[in-house]
Ligand binder design. Structure first.
Ligand code: PRP
Ligand code: URA
Length: 210
């Protein structure tokens, strides 16, 4: 496995992912599970944030304690499905700024078509987490990260839920400097570009548009 790729095997994540994949899971439960998985993944994917000592005063005495060291973060969901992962991250990191990149896959060519991009003004001072539940051909994530790189952020990491081997290969080739965090590496893409076994169309399942 590529050293830039981390698959989270935590039992809570894997259990929730099994329910997420089930075709009988309702949109309401699907949204809740994406939120819960994103929160658990964010906890793991931010393990390497540096800490610094700060002086505080408890009701008992002065002491030193640890704060996350001056790090400024931004989360950038790839619309639409990435939106399902944003609230979980902003609940854990309330100071996070949120950008948006709108992309959809052309159903024939499977190439991403960009329709929106709005990023925080100070993104060059921030570490960015790009989120999208699905990394299929990798085209959307590759394009989103290329757009963000034009604005020179301090670092970028990608957090998805399910990846296909084809997407991992294309993404790590295009962006070897960007770490990928996922909950599952599935078997393959089918003839119409869906991840097998996957979970179907993430955007449609989150927003109930099928
Ligand atoms: C899905 C998914 C990713 C993309 C992954 O979005 O949320 O953005 O496909 O596929 P790729 O790796 O082959 O690019 P979709 O294009 O269906 O748009 P939507 O979220 O608006 O439904
Ligand atoms: N986008 C999805 O939502 N699902 C897939 O399986 C592939 C791309």
């Amino acid at each position: 496995m590529n050293e830039n790729v981390t698959i989270f095997t935590h039992p809570l994540i894997q259990h929730k992912l099994s329910i997420l994949r089930d075709k009988n899971t309702s949109s309401k439960d699907f949204r809740a599970l994406v939120h819960e998985i994103a929160m658990l993944m964010c906890y793991e994917a931010t393990r390497d944030l540096p800490l610094e000592e700060v002086e505080i005063e408890t009701p008992i005495c002065k002491t030193t304690a640890k704060h996350i060291s001056g790090k400024k973060l931004a989360v950038v969901p790839i619309l639409r499905a990435g939106l399902g992962m944003v609230d979980a991250i902003s609940e854990l990191i309330p100071s996070v700024r949120i950008g948006h990149i709108g992309l959809y896959r052309d159903e024939e060519t499977l190439k991403p078509v960009e329709y929106y991009c709005k990023l925080p003004k100070d993104i060059s001072e921030r570490d960015v987490i790009v989120v999208d539940p699905m990394l299929a051909t990798g085209g959307s994530a590759i394009d989103a990260v290329s757009q963000i790189k034009l604005r020179n952020p301090r670092s970028i990491r990608f957090m998805g839920i399910i990846a296909a081997p084809e997407g991992i290969e294309a993404f790590t080739k295009a962006h070897p400097d960007v770490k990928i965090y996922c909950a599952a590496l599935d078997e393959k893409l089918n003839e119409v570009g869906y991840i097998v076994p996957g979970l179907g169309d993430a955007g449609d399942r989150i927003f109930g548009t099928k």
